[in-house]
Ligand binder design. Structure first.
Ligand SMILES: O=C(CO)[C@@H](O)[C@H](O)COP(=O)(O)O
Length: 239
């Protein structure tokens, strides 16, 4: 399935997969648009997952592109190395970067799509002027660190503001949401304007991850509707 800026994308979160069988777990989501790789350092978030050597190995066996979500400190130093590794998309947290515009430019220069993430308590308004520097804006819909949390409905106005700004700016920036996405909450997130959905437990917690991806995609696309047709610049596609 190739991602289109006019479509909703479903990116399953590897955090809910079996870390002892990653190759097999990746084969179970071959109809996903990308795999969302949660990199946590136990500093920026209170959890520890995997780092660059493991991510590089995952890339060699994944049937879909990698969408890295770096929940780490010192991201200005580390994120470019993930782009150098050939990842399709690298997302850093604005709260962890000293120079987000410089970092986004560096990621693009190294061939990756540039994503920027906002924790729930971080407002979007200060960053709307830099949309043209980004390929994706990730609005966290839970506090980052753990899978299986409940979707924060209080994030819906932030998603709406981001969507209005993206549509008004004429640049094609994907709006990704991550945390608590289910067959039910995806509808509210998509109605608000999100078009790339990270889902961990709602994919890997189901007997058939492939069927779960299709259901999520159908619900997301229905709720997102023809809104995507307003986008005109297709140079940067979401993953
Ligand atoms: O980045 C994170 C958590 O910090 C997410 O990617 C979660 O892994 C999503 O899991 P679910 O909420 O979908 O179970």
């Amino acid at each position: 399935m190739s991602a289109s800026p006019l479509n909703c994308c479903i990116n399953p979160s590897i955090l809910s997969a079996d870390f002892a069988n990653l190759e097999a777990e990746l084969a179970r989501i071959s109809n996903a648009d990308a795999v969302h790789v949660d990199v946590m350092d136990n500093h920026f978030v209170p959890n520890l997952t995997i780092g660059l050597p493991v991510v590089e190995r995952i890339q060699t066996v994944s049937p879909v592109p990698l969408d890295a979500h770096l929940m780490i400190a010192n991201v200005d130093r580390w994120a470019p190395l993930y782009a150098d590794a050939g990842l399709s998309s690298v997302t850093f947290h604005v709260e962890a970067s000293d120079a987000p515009i410089k970092l986004a430019r560096e990621l693009r220069a190294r061939g990756a799509k540039a994503g920027m993430a906002l924790r729930p308590a971080t407002p979007v308004e200060p960053y709307l002027d830099m949309l043209s520097e980004l390929d994706m804006l990730l609005i966290m819909t839970v506090e980052p660190g753990f899978g299986g949390q409940a979707f924060l409905d209080v994030m819906l106005p932030k998603i709406r503001r981001a969507r209005e700004a993206v549509d008004g700016s004429g640049v094609n920036v994907a709006i990704q949401v991550d945390g608590g996405i289910t067959e039910e909450t995806i509808t509210r997130a998509a109605e608000a304007g999100a078009n790339v959905f990270v889902a961990g437990s709602a994919v890997y917690g189901k007997p058939s991850p492939e069927d779960a991806i299709e259901s999520l995609r159908t619900n997301g696309q229905l709720a997102f509707g023809p809104r995507g047709l307003q986008l005109t610049n297709t140079a940067h596609q979401p993953v």
